[in-house]
Design a protein around this ligand. Structure first.
Ligand SMILES: [Fe+2]
Ligand SMILES: [Fe+2]
Length: 389
């Protein structure tokens, strides 16, 4: 990578605000910022730490560069560490290669298999002077040390980025609280008849999301399915207790009433403004349709069934089979997986059943309580829900 000319740097600075202002998702925003910084400063690593005020630590929210692909670094604020010092003392720290003491970042270098030669730390502060985090860049590609220009650029980027970071954090909080509200709503709908509902809903959400990604649906559609899928049975709120809670088999007439939960769900969500609630409406109405046309409420076939519903159908059936119910024991995940494959082309769209082969490998540990934290990050609030065991 050749160093940028002054003119190119100026161009990048001018475009910086415009480009990052289009991104409201925190991770994507920081990713863009980190990319810009490595280009502008011509360095091989940029880590952005954000301050978690509640937990009193800094955590590497986004990292670009060698050795950082899957690393998350946490540094307690009270620790004696060069990164936390930059935040506590709100100062820019620029250490040249000559003066660099390897012990300063030894722990980070070890974990990320990297050798810091020189570094520049610049706190990210908002307009009130509160510190939001810190930029940590290291090793200029041309072997030079970071100079006063680099310090100035990074300070300027910090000031420009702080507003957008705050906005996207607010957006993120809003999104998470929206997700939590939906979950609690979905739990309410299923609260009467199932004891493991929050876990079931969480699994459906994860499986549906991974299926959507495997089927190459767009990112926003996959996100919509993730948030909408827990609402698939919201229509059950309108099913009378004597049918919903009946311990034995339903009579034909009772089953006809039970089937109506799909239409009730559709009605509850009718006219929704938000995109993912409209997705939820589709899922509610069609999640019991079957690929061969033998499902309900309309007996739709194949491509007439929206893909969102076909995805949730696989996720719902698989997870329900793996769960213990008062009328059946829990199936082994391997048997439930086989069942899905056997019903490919009958109950399930073969494309979705095929995609489930790959997804199954990823989610299998969930059923041994070996939860993959990267899958569950967004679902931490589930443990606070009632009966979430
Ligand atoms: Fe259902
Ligand atoms: Fe379900």
């Amino acid at each position: 990578m050749t160093p940028l000319t002054a003119e190119e740097k100026l161009k990048l600075l001018i475009n910086f605000g415009n480009e990052i202002s289009t991104e409201v998702r925190l991770e994507a925003l920081l990713d863009k910022i980190a990319h810009k910084i490595t280009a502008m400063l011509n360095c091989d690593r940029c880590i952005i730490y954000l301050l978690d005020k509640k937990k009193h630590h800094l955590w590497s929210t986004i990292s670009k560069g060698k050795g950082l692909e899957h690393s998350e670094i946490k540094i307690p604020l009270k620790a004696k560490h060069i990164i936390s010092d930059a935040v506590k003392e709100r100062k820019t720290i620029n250490i040249s290669a000559k003066k660099y003491d390897l012990s300063l970042t030894m722990n980070i270098d070890l974990v990320t298999e990297y050798k810091t030669k020189n570094l520049l730390l610049v706190p990210i502060t908002n307009e009130k002077g509160n510190v939001l985090g810190v930029f940590h860049v290291s090793n200029k590609v041309d072997g030079n040390d970071f100079d006063k220009d680099d310090e100035g650029i990074l300070q300027l980027l910090g000031t420009m980025a702080s507003n957008y970071i705050q906005i996207s954090k607010l957006y993120e909080n809003l999104r998470l609280s929206q997700l939590e509200t939906i979950y609690r709503l979905a739990v309410t709908a299923e609260f009467r008849d199932q004891e493991d509902t929050p876990v079931h809903l969480k699994h459906i959400s994860i499986i549906s999301f991974l299926l959507a990604k495997e089927l190459k649906l767009s990112k926003s559609r996959a996100e919509d399915i993730k948030h909408a899928s827990p609402l698939h049975d919201i229509g059950k709120v309108a099913i009378p207790d004597k049918i919903l809670l009946k311990p034995g088999r339903l009579t034909n007439d009772e089953f006809e009433i039970m089937k109506e939960h799909t239409k009730y769900g559709n009605k509850i969500l009718d006219g929704a403004h938000s995109r993912f609630l409209r997705t939820a409406q589709k899922i509610c109405l069609y999640h019991h349709e079957k690929f061969d046309g033998s499902g309900y409420p309309f007996g739709l076939k194949g491509d007439k069934i929206p893909v969102e519903a076909k995805i949730v159908s696989v996720a719902d059936v698989f997870d329900a089979l793996c769960m213990k119910r008062h009328y059946k024991p829990a199936w082994a995940p391997e048997d439930a997986f086989k069942f899905i494959q056997e019903k490919s082309g009958k109950d399930f769209d073969p494309k979705v059943a095929k995609a489930f082969e790959k997804v199954y490998k990823k989610i299998r540990p969930l059923y041994n309580n070996e939860e993959d934290s990267s899958l569950l990050e967004e679902f931490s609030f589930v443990s606070t829900l009632p009966i979430s065991q």
